[in-house]
Design a protein. Structure first.
Length: 338
């Protein structure tokens, strides 16, 4: 994890914000998120709202952001549905039929690039594009299975196994992709959304970023996508990822910075060596001692965890235990859920 005494809004020319888990949870606003976006704009950062969610089109995203207090324009929105449609338009002749597994918004994006969205395998589609929608069920998945067995190309907008909610993580598009993977015993031909490079590249191109900062709440999509795209990242602890997830992060999913919320993450320093805390290795576990903020304790623990033997192996599962030495350390670990 890197440190800086400057606010991140002064170090990067663009912020690529994930949506669900960063700016809102489903449709409930996240505290300090509107202020964080406003601070980024005030600092002169270009703004991109980048989402793996393929169920909403840009106008709908802008309206939703407005309801949670975030100012946005349609040209700042980059979705996995848009990027998937653009990819299909590159690969298929104009007017080719594409079977839609997902929301009407995904079908509209496909139509906008000159392809013909269909809902039945009887239309002999050249491709299947699969994105999340609450209405996806057996009938849509069955049509996709028939089309894929007949030779259609399979494009998945993303592979998020869960989506964040106020009730905890719920099944996402990756879980629905897994249904077809199990039934067909094959993988999608292309996965467009984070962490795969296509969506990140499209975002950088659309926003015109030279030094973007990826801001997200998920290690396996947002942060891994930043790593795959060669960009720095800020993890905010307002969505899916918790402290134990961060300590267990593999080398391809480790954020450059971590913050409790968006506003503090963009406007406050990120100490390279947090003061007040001391972390020592106890075999494959860690011992926290000292006093200070719980966020600084987490930063110190993450740096120590990622330096443990085996931390760069694919099988890394985090420290075996995290223990407190003293009352202040115990309080910090309790607040972090460790």
């Amino acid at each position: 994890m890197r440190g800086t005494d400057q606010p991140l809004s002064a170090l990067y020319d663009a912020a690529l914000f994930d949506l669900d888990g960063v700016l809102y949870l489903q449709e409930d606003p996240i505290p300090q998120a509107p202020e964080g976006v406003a601070a980024a704009r005030a600092a002169g950062m270009r703004i991109g709202f980048v989402t793996n969610n393929a169920s909403r089109r840009a106008p709908t995203v802008v309206a939703l952001l407005g309801r949670v207090g975030v100012k946005a324009s349609e040209d700042e929105v980059v979705t996995a549905a848009q990027a998937s449609a653009a990819l299909l338009a590159e690969e298929l002749p104009a007017g080719a039929s594409v079977l839609i597994v997902g929301a009407q918004g995904l079908a509209d994006e496909v139509a906008d690039v000159g392809l013909r969205p269909v809902r039945s395998a009887d239309e002999k589609p050249a491709a299947v594009v699969q994105g999340f929608a609450k209405e996806v069920g057996w009938e849509q998945l069955a049509e996709a299975a028939v089309a894929l067995r007949a030779g259609a190309r399979w494009v998945a907008t993303n592979r998020d196994y869960t989506i964040p909610s106020t009730r905890g993580p719920l099944p996402g598009n990756g879980s629905l992709v897994a249904v077809l993977t199990t039934a067909l015993r094959r993988e999608p031909d292309v996965i467009v959304g984070k962490p795969h490079p296509r969506l990140h590249q499209e975002s950088v191109r659309r926003i015109g970023a030279d030094r973007p900062l990826v801001v997200g709440d998920r290690l396996d999509t947002d942060i891994a996508g930043a790593v795959n795209g060669g960009a720095d990242s800020l993890l905010v602890l307002t969505g899916v990822t918790d402290a134990s997830d961060l300590l267990a992060a593999g080398p391809g999913e480790r954020p450059t910075y971590v913050a409790a919320d968006l506003l503090s993450g963009l406007t406050e320093p990120h100490p390279a060596v947090p003061t007040g805390w001391d972390v020592t290795a106890d075999g494959s576990g860690l011992v926290l001692a000292g006093a200070g903020s719980s966020l600084d304790a987490l930063r110190a623990l993450a740096a120590a965890a990622w330096a443990l033997p085996g931390a760069d192996d694919d099988s890394w599962a985090g420290p075996s235990a995290v223990r407190a030495d003293g009352a202040a350390a115990r309080e910090a670990l309790d607040s972090l859920g460790l």
